[in-house]
Design a protein around this ligand. Structure first.
Ligand code: KIV
Length: 264
């Protein structure tokens, strides 16, 4: 049966962890969804992973729609979440237009990065039937403002503010919250503070779901592996087995373990 936003809400209600992975093409979309991954994220990480850029900023709407259409063709029932690329939601009319284009391409939900100032946009999208995931913590489109890819919410004031932003964005209509690179205790507080399902990456084991970049968990991303990533292919015989092992580890909450977690 196809995964919907209600499936994710039920997972949260029942305390069952769910899995998400990025995919950018039909072949991997098929493999990932066949393996039982609940959410496929067509992330703008494709700018780094597929295109070799050093940030997600060069990714365009045209490219995102191309990849969403490819993923939709291979999908076997996962919920498809599509990133809105850099500046594609800078104004309300642009956000509405571009989110609609991603939905027409086959997405079931859009994801955007930003804090309380995104509330109006999220309300407008939500009111018009577009489910939204609000991405908080390390927001890669803000890398130049953040001064690098670094853990967020370490100080109590920043942590309190992130909890407040998550609550505000949920109240505005966000259906899912995604937390990237935040200390595990803060991610746990946010997960408890909101009714919306919370997906974590580098956010510890206590969020409702987990997401990783596919190429990272297959160990084929060049360069240093971030602390929160596990190479599941290292102990598997095939890509399919590696993804199945990830799904199982997330369901059993054996991933992420302490070694993949920022404690503070
Ligand atoms: O673009 C992406 O793949 C993402 C994940 C890192 C969460 O946003």
């Amino acid at each position: 049966m196809a995964v919907t936003i209600n499936t994710l809400r039920d997972f949260k209600k029942n305390g069952e962890a769910f899995s998400a992975l990025t995919a950018y093409d039909a072949a991997f979309s098929h493999v990932v969804s066949e393996a039982g991954v609940d959410v496929i994220l067509v992330g703008d990480s494709l700018g780094m992973v597929l295109q070799g850029h050093d940030s997600t900023l060069p990714v365009t709407m045209e490219q995102m729609c191309y990849h969403v259409r490819s993923v939709a063709r291979g999908n076997q029932g996962a919920l498809i979440m599509a990133d809105m690329p850099f500046m594609s939601y800078a104004t309300l009319p642009t956000a509405l237009e571009n989110a609609a284009e991603l939905m027409r391409s086959g997405a079931h939900m859009v994801k955007l990065e930003g804090t309380d100032w995104m509330a109006e946009t999220i309300s407008a999208l939500s009111e018009r039937g577009i489910p939204v995931c609000a991405h908080l913590g390390l927001t890669p489109q803000f890398v130049n403002k953040l001064g690098g890819y670094r853990i967020q919410g370490r100080e109590e004031k920043q942590a309190e503010q992130m909890i407040d932003h998550a609550c505000q964005l949920e109240a505005a209509g966000a259906d899912v919250i995604l937390l990237e690179c935040v200390p595990a205790p803060l991610a746990a507080r946010i997960t408890q503070a909101v009714r919306a399902p919370v997906i974590g990456i580098g956010a510890g084991a206590d969020t409702d779901g987990q997401v990783l970049v596919l190429h990272d968990m297959l160990g084929i991303t060049p360069g240093r592996r971030p602390r929160f990533v596990k190479n599941f292919l290292a102990e598997a015989d095939s890509v399919q087995d590696a993804i199945a092992a990830y799904v199982e580890a997330v369901k059993k909450r054996t991933f992420p373990s302490e070694e993949h977690t920022f404690k503070a």
